[in-house]
Design a protein around this ligand. Structure first.
Ligand SMILES: [Ca+2]
Ligand SMILES: [Cu+2]
Length: 357
């Protein structure tokens, strides 16, 4: 073999290793039009444009997602219009303002009914929410009920249960938020929740097909770029990134659009219904998908009776042993009336949406 060819082959190998999971990605082409008006407070202009959406999975090394279905593929071409987006997840302080103004009571604070949760045991029909609890020994990672518990009295003011509180945590993302709670806040704020495509376009920060929202290296120059989990999951979060558990917003560097925590810290609600085959359907139809809104109805074959919407971004619990959902383009999902202590949200706003609160 010609040594030049060997050299090129070696280069290709290096390329492959450095850009794992970029199969099918093409260049992001952001719109050139600037924002029509001044940014609403706390929001940033995301220009929109055309990009390759999704994640190439079942790769090797850090691209491996052991618990993933292949719901994040195939990578397909999408175009979204420009919009405003909250620079951070909605904080406890912001959510409290909304509750004070409206008297809103979140789902976790209401006593659930048999109609809403037909599969729940009777003793669970008390107000509360789902809380992560580390296990006291290593467990096989095939059953998440080992580390998730329904805790009576858990809600946004008491994220880990009645004994916990949010005193001094004004700048932390609000959690224990069900989808209708997030929607109610958005409506009050004269905003809305992002579509999954808007979330991903924004998360990519103008980059094309990178593994993470900041680039292809998990820790560039050793720097932690997102709040994730270190240590044996789900036994002990070593917190080497500075935070065991949730972190205040803006604790890590923003992405290319100035958005904070678009990976890690807390999962965030998107407005799309969840179906694992949605990207396959779009890709099979071909062409560029314009402003996708998600499938018409939800279906998670793993739990077909639950209505789920998309979660994006991953959380402080994400790690390479289990889910690696801080990889941009990967997807999460959740039953719409269920909050957890690693799930929050942020809002977006279209230029044509009225009001500027
Ligand atoms: Ca952490
Ligand atoms: Cu995760």
């Amino acid at each position: 073999m010609d040594c030049r060819i060997t050299f090129v082959a070696a280069l290709l190998l290096i390329y492959k290793a450095g850009f794992c999971g970029t199969d099918g990605f093409e260049t992001t082409v952001a719109n050139k039009n600037p924002a029509a008006s001044k940014a609403p407070e706390g929001m940033l202009w995301i220009p929109g444009g055309e990009f390759s959406m999704g994640a190439a999975i079942n790769g090797g090394g850090s691209c491996e997602m052991p618990m993933a279905s292949n719901d994040a593929g195939p990578v397909h071409r999408v175009r979204v219009d420009g919009f405003w987006m909250d620079a951070t997840a909605v904080t406890n302080e912001q959510f409290e303002k909304f509750v004070k103004a409206t008297g809103y009571v979140t789902i976790a604070e209401r006593t659930p009914t048999k109609e809403e949760f037909p599969t729940a045991p009777e003793e669970n029909l008390v107000a509360g929410s789902v809380v992560f609890a580390p296990t006291d020994h290593e467990v096989p990672l095939d059953n998440h009920y080992q580390w998730w518990n329904y805790v009576p009295g858990a809600n946004w003011r008491h994220p880990l249960g009645p004994e916990s509180n949010i005193n001094g945590k004004e700048k932390y993302p609000v959690v224990q938020i069900a989808y209708p709670d997030a929607q109610a806040y958005a409506k009050w704020a004269e905003k809305r929740l992002p579509t999954e495509a808007e979330f991903e376009f924004a998360a990519r920060g103008g980059l094309s097909g990178k593994t993470y929202v900041w680039g292809n290296e998990f820790r560039p120059k050793g720097k932690w770029m997102a709040n994730t989990w270190q240590g044996k999951f789900p036994v002990k979060d070593e917190g080497q990134d500075g935070f065991a558990g949730i972190a205040p917003v803006k604790s890590f560097s923003p992405n290319g659009y100035g958005l904070y925590d678009m990976a890690g810290n807390v999962w965030e609600w998107c407005s799309d219904w969840y179906r694992p085959d949605y990207y396959r359907t779009l890709a099979d139809n071909g062409g560029v998908v314009i402003n996708p809104q998600g499938p018409d109805a939800p279906l998670d074959p793993a739990e077909p009776n639950e209505k789920k919407r998309v979660h994006r971004g991953g959380s402080f619990l994400c790690n390479d042993q289990y889910c690696s959902r801080y990889i941009v383009g990967t997807r999460g999902k959740g039953e719409i009336n269920t909050g957890t202590n690693h799930l929050g949200f942020r809002c977006v706003k279209s230029p044509q949406q009225s009001g500027s609160k």
